[in-house]
Ligand binder design. Structure first.
Ligand code: NDP
Length: 505
């Protein structure tokens, strides 16, 4: 299907804009339910031949794809920057580099990770069991606009290495990047139908769930995630949901304040704060509060905001208009209830969508901004009496994706980390673990169910199937088969008692 129609209407076409300039940069078709069904059917056909290839052959194909990505890095970064509004360095560091690294990591290990896994049996020593990993078939991916390359392509690469086909429904806000990724994929000589991109809005995502896919990876808001999980549940489609975040940063009195301040501004403002892992609330004890705040304010004021496709810009544009209003609303509410804007606080005048990097002082836990996801460049500071109060506040959230602890005492850092209800806690650092493919990316509470990345994440791209057999000659009959009798019952009971005697403390 062509991506551009001859007689476009608002319902059938999505126009994409550069958020930094407002300039129209392209348009794509909205895939109907029938279009999505056709794409899934084509992907399913292609998957048969793909899954029959050896790991070495699949790896060879994907390494060619890696080469194309590496060769065209500058262009990919520019296109990401133009449609998403992030800076070139962020496009490289947070989108292209982690994707290439993930591909390399799993390409090296897929064969070993997906080879049959023996289960040692503790009782039936004459028997054997093993798990073998069979591709699921067609993996569906629905992805958001904030990381339009790294999120879907990381998941797609893992799914493909495991022998699946992939159908991706990118966000309507950033569809061109997904289509460009498909272009690079085709250029590398990968089987054309194996990876499909179906552009559209929510209805296209819904159609993808209804199309008979075998697994769903959804990344997006809690509200849509619940709906997607429900729809998948009704069809018993395994579904991984990666949803919102409200990352707390807890700063201990013994923290290195210079490193902490640098980490907070990067964690709060990278990608203009439009990261599910962005620092969204900072809990600081009174004794160091003012010193840290001053440092953060001063460093924030030195950031250069502007054209994202320039190498000299630190903070780029806001990708999605709605996020400007969310930030304004939450800041307005906080100020009304006593918070103080120390720097920033509003949209930038002029062309494009920009929100000034903002630091708020005097935020309290009962304000909306301490609970609702901002998804913009705003660092709210909350003064606490002690670290236990900070932990209580950190856990006082319906979200639990990632959290941060700052201290120079490593043992204390790990102890505090373990008290936080969060899928990941980083000590003295922010954001970075998404780029480490061997670590899990996962939420607890309403931040999602399941995980991506890790060796188990690759296995999860497959059905794990169990095979069990007798290594010796099978008996004509097992002792627990028919016929039942009292003597057999007593024999089995004796066996059970003996067994548990052996395991007595
Ligand atoms: P949305 O939930 O609005 O959208 C996510 C995707 O779902 C988009 O492709 C969207 O399409 C699609 N969609 C919308 N409605 C439906 C539907 N009824 N059925 C199927 N698909 C549908 O999230 P955003 O794109 O606004 O992303 C921001 C959110 O994502 C934030 O909350 C952020 O925290 C979270 N996020 C979580 C991450 C994680 O790893 N935990 C990582 C990155 C972001 P369309 O855009 O066309 O409406």
């Amino acid at each position: 299907m062509a991506h551009v129609r001859e007689a476009p209407t608002e319902d059938t076409v999505i126009v994409s804009h550069n958020p930094a300039t407002g300039e129209r940069i392209g348009e794509v078709n909205v895939f109907s339910g029938d279009d999505v069904e056709r794409a899934v059917a084509d992907a399913r056909n292609a998957q048969k031949a793909w899954s029959a290839l050896s790991f070495k052959e699949r790896r060879r194909h994907l390494l060619r794809f890696r080469q194309v990505i590496v060769d065209r890095t500058d262009e990919i970064c520019l296109r990401i920057s133009q449609e998403n509004g992030k800076t070139l360095q962020e496009a490289l560091m947070c989108e292209v580099l982690p994707t290439v690294d993930l591909l390399t990591y799993f390409a090296k290990r897929a064969e070993k990770l997906l080879s049959p896994k023996k289960i040692s049996l503790h009782l039936f020593k004459q028997r054997a069991s093993y798990i073998h990993y069979a591709p699921r078939g067609v993996v569906g991916i629905i992805s958001p606009w904030n990381f339009p390359f790294a999120i879907p392509m990381g998941e797609a690469i893992m799914a493909l290495l495991a022998g699946n086909a992939v159908v991706l429904k990118p966000s309507e806000v950033t569809p061109l990047i997904a289509l460009f990724a498909k272009e690079l994929y085709l250029e590398s000589g990968m089987p054309p139908d194996l990876f499909q991109v179906v552009t559209g809005r929510g209805q296209t995502g819904q159609a993808l769930i209804e199309s008979g896919i075998d697994m769903m990876f959804f990344t997006g808001s809690v509200r849509t995630g619940k709906r997607v999980a429900q729809e998948c549940g009704a069809r018993l489609i395994p579904c991984v949901t990666e949803l919102g975040g409200k990352a707390p940063a807890i700063v201990c009195k013994d923290a290195d304040l210079e490193r902490t301040a640098n980490a907070l501004i990067w964690g709060g403002f990278a990608n203009s704060g439009q990261v599910c892992a962005s620092v969204e609330r900072v809990y600081v004890p009174e004794s160091i509060h003012d010193r840290l705040l001053e440092k953060v304010v001063q460093k924030t004021q030195s950031l250069r905001q502007g054209k994202p496709d320039s190498h000299n810009t630190d903070v780029g544009a806001i990708c999605f208009e709605r996020q400007l209003s969310v930030a304004e609303d939450l800041i307005g509410d906080a100020v009304e209830h006593g918070a103080l804007i120390r720097t920033g606080g509003r949209r930038k005048e002029g062309d494009g969508m920009f929100f000034q990097p903002t630091v708020l002082e005097g935020v309290t836990q009962d304000m909306r901004i301490a609970h609702e996801e901002i998804f913009g460049p705003v660092l709210p500071f909350v003064k606490v009496k002690n670290i236990q109060e900070a932990i209580r506040h950190a856990n006082d959230s319906h979200l639990g994706l990632i959290a941060y602890v700052f201290t120079q005492d490593r043992v204390k850092g790990r102890g505090l980390a373990e008290q936080i209800e969060s899928g990941t806690v980083m000590v003295n650092d922010v954001l970075a673990t998404y780029g480490m493919p061997e670590t899990p990316w996962q939420g607890v509470k309403e931040s999602g169910v399941g995980f991506v990345h890790t060796d188990d994440g690759l296995r999860n791209m497959c059905q794990s199937r169990h095979v069990h057999y007798d290594r010796l000659m099978s008996l004509k009959k097992e002792p627990w088969w028919y016929p039942y009798s009292e003597s057999r019952f007593n024999l089995l009971k004796k066996f059970m008692n003996l067994l548990f005697l052996l395991y007595e403390d």
